[in-house]
Design a protein around this ligand. Sequence first.
Ligand code: GDP
Length: 613
Amino acid sequence: MQAPSVGGVMLPRGGGETIRLSRGASLTDFAEKIGANPASLVAVMMNLGEMVTATQSVSDETLTLLGDEMNYQVQIVSPEEEDRELLESFSIEFGENEGGEEMLVSRPPVVTVMGHVDHGKTRLLDAIRKTNVVAGEAGGITQHIGAYQVATEVNGEERAITFIDTPGHEAFTAMRARGAKSTDIAILVVAANDGVMPQTIEALNHAKAADVPIVVAVNKIDVEGADPTKVRGQLTEFGLVAEEYGGDTMFVDISAKQGLNIDSLLEAVVLTADASLDLRANAEQDAQGIAIEAHLDRGRGAVATVLVQRGTLRVGDTMVAGDAYGRVRAMLDDKGQNVEEAGPSTPVLVLGLTNVPGAGDNFLVVDEDRTARQIAEKRAARERNAAFAKRTRRVSLEDLDKVLKAGLVQDLNIIIKGDASGSVEALESSLLQLDVGEEVEIRVLHRGVGAVTESDINLATGSDAIVIGFNVRAEGRATQMAEREGVDVRYYSVIYQAIEEIEAALKGMLKPEYEEVELGTAEIREIYRSSKLGNIAGVLIRSGEVKRNTKARLIRDGKVIAEDLTIQGLRRFKDDVTEIREGYEGGINLGNFNDIKIDDVIATYEMREKPRG
Ligand code: GDP
């Protein structure tokens, strides 16, 4: 084979050696590894049809492509792996219990409460906190530190349970997206008068994706019209079959308001843990765990609630949490009392860190202050680099066949959001019927009606999924989040088109020429009627910028109402302008299209040619 040459200059070709690069590395990093000039690699990429600058962070695929061209075996190191290697360089192993079986003692389960809004998650967490029967404790007023522990009697034995005190699955998935596993068991709260609702399903899909057993709390049984049996029936469809119907999920009918059956619920949690999980940890090693919540307190400095997962954390220990470090100056439990030590599954508030760790960051105790500082500094440096990087797509339809061939993924995980349950189900069942060969499996992790939300992106990030929006768009900061996390979000308005693309992607035939790039969104605040121009939308630009003559679509309540519109007129006060930026107000005229309402969103976009991978 010819060595690649650029402008007659031969490039150093490898002999098939392996080089290791961090996810999100740049051509300069690559050049450094092989002793080449970065500019020459830019030229090589250009010959391959990709325009990248030397310092820009590139995707895994680009690095691999360049590796193939230069005859190097490229190994991409994930951030998790890198962190493990960093700790290993200090002879620290994170995540494993030290010693053998004989060192393990049982630890309480850690529980997250999830469910649809208003079904009583917060009320339940309050009710449980009140049943706190930890023996011999004066029962001070519970402080909100992000988690608390209660005790309950099961078969004559006192058993503790730890609750993460932020209801909802957002925190849960956000942590999972960062690779942290905080929860052993999920309590799914379903109001008996309301039944299974969209977020019920979302929550249960999140729990399933994380492989966390579920206990169902059928709440509000005190309310008239409550129908706990119906809830059991509804959940059967989602694979949660009640024990009394021969399944293995425990359902407990409760009233969070009246404090009814809270004990039975706690018992069900313990029994489920005993039946399906082996919750044991070494209580004697240096403490390790995760940060659940943290903030900067005016008087006390950085304050972090950590959940000890193994070992025992003591006042005076030197710890690293994410890129924060320090010596534990004091620890407070969930009753605001000073404690000297905290064992496995115990949440404590820690004072003494240099700065604030992120929720989901791991923490560990090390022997020397110097080690703690070095680990924290290396992590901070990496975070900074990664912040420039990101934009690496995790799994995208374009490179799916490559990823599949390389054995990097076996499944295509999909999240489907649509405008109506009928279309979502139709799309799902057609996708599941696709003949995609034996090695690949299509898994629909979550489906639901409504806009693509931040929660969907979190789930996609944690599970390497792609997101399909069928006649709906992204909501809130979901688009930015997807960009940042490199999640492939696809929008369709015709079912067969979605099916075709996915089938083509699986077969490696997808070669799109153009991609849609969102330019900006405008919220309609007022409507002016003009006899000459028709309706004019008085808008506030919510994100990006809106430009004249670009394409637009109209979105109402997260649903696409009209496609293929054009921003024909754009005004600021009395002046015609070519663009208006985020935060500014203006007037938009959509030509002949007049069906606009207050609160509608005009989303503008542009078709850009896509670099081929
Ligand atoms: P969340 O959004 O899931 O956290 O729901 P909340 O805990 O805020 O509860 C929503 C509303 O339902 C509140 O007004 C609660 O007082 C009420 N609620 C919660 N549990 C019960 C219950 O068991 N019975 C009755 N009647 N109302 C309840």
